[in-house]
Design a protein around this ligand. Structure first.
Ligand SMILES: [Zn+2]
Length: 412
């Protein structure tokens, strides 16, 4: 889970309002894990007293879980920059209102025990100072991966979760939430693909790779998780996804921002968000601009906030447009897209009202001319405007269509 979208909130001096209620409900879902389908995540609200990371235990795979925590921490940094809360890539250093050992704090509300909190805190403390950019604490919440989350089978799960929330709220949003902005504007600034790819690359291939983390490298801790091997296996898998299923012809990156539900639309075409992001980032780092530093990637987000535009942030830092980057990626992978992307012109996504006439014609065609004519009219309808076409048609049609139609069609 990348970012929590809170749409209807306002800044209040007390813990109340729609945004606050949504934030608490989000905590309840993360801690209680009612579906038994855990999804790690991270949340920071501008003006908050602390940030939160949610990680879920899996077997005794401490290293993998610690890597997930580092991944989510990168999302916190991204959120802090896109909120304007982090405005420099220079670490604050020294005492920033709390002891550095309090920077990362773990909470085991479910009493899971074991070495989860020890190893996760060790890895987080072991990150280099250069990325310890928040001047507030981060609470890492360790949650059981099964249904019920931090709740004990013998207890009323709701009570355990409620008690944890009562403990967390004053930590995350002190002084009765004074100054906390539960409204979230990240959805207009974030490039989800690049953000995901960056988070995984740095978590696995840098900060959990050999030489990247003092705690992970220390053999006394018996962790020694091989993030480099993990990343390479992902790169190999992603190449299979591109050359096999779902295939490069259905791989799309948005050209303009904000993009509504970009990942949801890609998932309808068979692409999961992490491979999409990793392929995007891999191209940037391995092919397009190998000299790219993490500080530059951070600067994209800092400028994006300042200029209220991701594309301005990208172009300012890289002196090349995001659109040119997408074109470079598509050319490199020999994706046979219709000309729009590489011609650097984009076609507006179809609107529902534009489709009405086509739908009427399609229905009339079937009524008037029978099944064969109906199919013909449907095909025309697909070509004219992809609105409302079932996913199967969208997917098949994607090979002949251009990016905006494919990406926007399921929701238009
Ligand atoms: Zn992520």
């Amino acid at each position: 889970m990348l970012f929590l979208i809170n749409a209807y909130a306002v800044v209040l001096g007390v813990c109340s309002g729609m945004g606050y209620e949504m934030a608490v409900e989000n905590l309840r879902q993360k801690l209680g894990n009612p579906s038994g389908e855990p999804q790690a995540g991270a949340d920071y609200y501008k003006g908050a007293g602390a940030a939160a990371i949610y990680i879920y235990t899996h077997n005794e795979d401490y290293g993998s879980t610690a890597k997930v925590c580092v991944h989510e921490y990168h999302h916190l940094l991204q959120q802090g920059m896109l909120h304007g809360s982090i405005t420099s890539t220079t670490a604050p250093g020294g005492v920033v209102g709390f002891n550095d050992m309090e920077r990362f704090q773990t909470k085991d509300y479910g009493g899971i025990g074991g070495l989860w909190t020890t190893h996760v805190k060790g890895v987080m403390d072991g990150l280099p100072a250069s990325i310890k950019l928040f001047d507030l604490p981060t609470y890492v919440l360790v949650i059981a991966e099964g249904v019920g989350g931090i709740g004990d089978e013998d207890d009323d799960d709701g009570d355990v979760v409620t008690t944890a929330i009562e403990d967390l709220v004053p930590l995350l949003w002190p002084n009765d939430c004074a100054g906390v902005d539960f409204e979230n504007r990240l959805d207009t600034l974030v490039n989800g693909a690049l953000a995901e790819g960056e988070a995984e690359y740095y978590a696995a291939n840098v900060y959990m790779n050999s030489g990247g983390n003092t705690y992970n490298d220390d053999s006394d801790n018996n962790l020694n998780w091989d993030g480099g091997a993990d990343w390479m296996s992902r790169v190999a898998n992603n190449e299979e996804f591109m050359n096999g299923t779902p295939g490069k012809e259905l791989y799309h990156l948005p050209l303009t921002f904000p993009v509504e539900n970009a990942f949801k639309k890609l998932e309808e075409l068979g692409w999961r968000q992490h491979p999409v992001g990793q392929i995007c980032y891999t191209h940037l780092k391995n092919v397009w601009r190998p000299a790219t530093t993490q500080a530059e990637l951070m600067q994209v987000n800092i400028v994006a906030y300042a200029e209220n535009s991701f594309v301005v942030g990208f172009e300012t830092v890289f002196n090349s447009s995001w659109r040119e980057f997408v074109c470079h990626l598509e050319t490199h992978h020999q994706i046979s897209r219709a000309a729009q992307t590489c011609l650097k012109s984009t076609k507006e996504p179809p609107k529902r009202e534009d489709c009405t006439l086509e739908i009427v014609l399609g229905v009339l065609g079937r009524l008037a001319f029978g099944a064969l004519a109906g199919l013909v009219s449907l095909a025309m309808y697909c070509g004219a405007c992809a609105c409302g076409i079932p996913n199967m048609f969208s997917a098949k049609h994607a090979k002949a269509e251009t990016y905006p139609l494919v990406l926007y069609s399921p929701a238009c």
